[in-house]
Write a protein that binds this ligand. Structure first.
Ligand code: PLP
Length: 393
């Protein structure tokens, strides 16, 4: 078996060694419940509050604005429902985009069933939300704008700072899903005028099943889970101390080296994009050329099926994705690619490679060596390609 070339870091990342090391004592000797009064419990409580402080410091937040959740999806659900329910007397209109993760889209669709009104903004062909379109969508009763910081499929980075400034000027609460952006691009909640922000551990080198919701002090929001008084009585449930300690470590490592790592990954990403576009005819980059996450490369290949490419890549030890991990398995084309104007067959022929901290030049070279013959082989069996070539003659 060849070396594993893991290029699906937007789906999940391996836990960093230092993160695991930081977590281990909290499974063993320091296993106390953070609500217990004896010293074992107090030790957990101390670790919890230190983790909160660390995470806050890397995002320009205050310690008591950080709330721990079970994942990015929970953070999105809480932010949107929490704001909607707490402010329903003020208004019932929410603005989001058509390219959000399903954690946002499905939550908004559920709220529509409950009597809220939601505007799903279109995006341009690069996946960028236009500020003017957003401004025109605002109504007197708009209570929330929720726009993702960076898209999970095509990597496009949205103009969050400008959207935040506009929302602030209008007095509308602004939430951003930063699950793909946190730890990968620099974030300051004050500079970007963010009121609520979702983060997930497993996208930045921590474990799965832990997340954060940043809530700006003074924001009117309902609590999410009923039960105990954890998380300042806002989110019940015994805190997952090992996961939280690990998340803080992962945030510390990724955010403290974000600029260098950004530069390193951008160079690798561009080598991958340029190499593929140069070596494989009839291939097209999805998303913006430069306004994109440093590790994201999403390309459509005409006349072939993404799923078939994935299977052949897998046989060569290369892991990639044909859309978001949450939607692969269904045959519906990606809603994100369709929103950028791609036809169904183009969306079906797209592959996402996402680079992370553990990837090297060798991984990029492996793709550039293995992918062209795979596409050629699939096209040689494709009636569409055959037809196209005959027409061209
Ligand atoms: N938001 C975005 C943009 C994502 O990419 C994901 C996961 O893929 C989520 C939310 C959900 O995060 P989690 O897997 O932690 O629930």
């Amino acid at each position: 078996m060849e070396r594993l070339v893991y290029l699906d870091n937007a789906a999940t990342t391996p836990v960093r060694g230092e993160v695991l090391e930081a977590m281990l004592p909290y499974f063993r000797e320091k296993f106390g419940n953070a609500s217990s009064v004896y010293s074992l419990g107090r030790e957990s409580k101390k670790a919890l509050e230190e983790a909160r402080e660390t995470i806050a410091s890397y995002f320009g937040a205050k310690k008591d604005e950080i709330f721990f959740t079970s994942c990015g999806s929970e953070s999105d659900n809480w932010a949107i429902r929490g704001i909607a329910y707490a402010n329903k007397n003020k208004g019932k209109h929410i603005i989001t985009t058509s390219i959000e993760h399903h954690a946002v889209l499905h939550t908004c669709q559920q709220l529509e069933k409950e009597g809220f009104e939601v505007t799903y903004l279109p995006v341009d062909k690069y996946g960028v939300v236009e500020l003017e379109t957003l401004k025109n969508a605002v109504k007197d009763d708009t209570i929330l704008i929720t726009v993702m910081m960076a898209n999970n499929e095509i990597g496009t980075i949205e103009p969050i700072k400008e959207i935040g400034a506009f929302a602030k000027e209008k007095g509308i609460v602004f939430h951003t899903d930063a699950v793909q952006a946190a730890g990968h691009i620099k974030i300051d909640v004050n500079d970007m005028n963010i009121d609520l922000m979702s983060v997930s551990g497993h996208k930045l080198g921590a474990q799965k099943g832990v997340g954060v919701l940043y809530i700006r002090k003074g924001t009117r929001i309902e609590r999410f889970m009923q039960g105990g008084a954890q998380e300042r009585n806002m989110r019940a449930g015994t805190e997952n101390i090992p996961a939280i300690v690990g998340l803080a470590k992962a945030v510390e490592i990724s955010c403290s080296s974000v600029e260098e790592e950004n530069e390193r990954l951008t160079a690798l990403r561009d080598k991958l994009i340029d190499g593929i576009l140069e070596k494989i005819p009839y291939s097209h980059l999805n998303g913006h050329r430069t306004q994109r996450l440093p590790g994201n490369c999403n390309i459509s290949f005409d006349f072939v099926e993404g799923e078939s490419i994935l299977m052949l890549l897998d046989m060569k030890g290369i892991c990639a994705s044909s859309g978001s991990a949450c939607t692969s398995g269904s045959l519906d084309p990606s809603h994100v690619l369709l929103a950028t104007g791609l036809k169904h067959e183009q969306a079906h022929g797209s592959i996402r490679f996402t680079l992370g901290y553990q990837n090297t030049e060798e991984d990029v070279e492996a793709v550039l060596k293995e992918l062209p013959p795979i596409i050629e082989r699939l096209r040689s069996m494709s009636p569409l390609y055959d037809e196209f070539m005959k027409k061209g003659e």
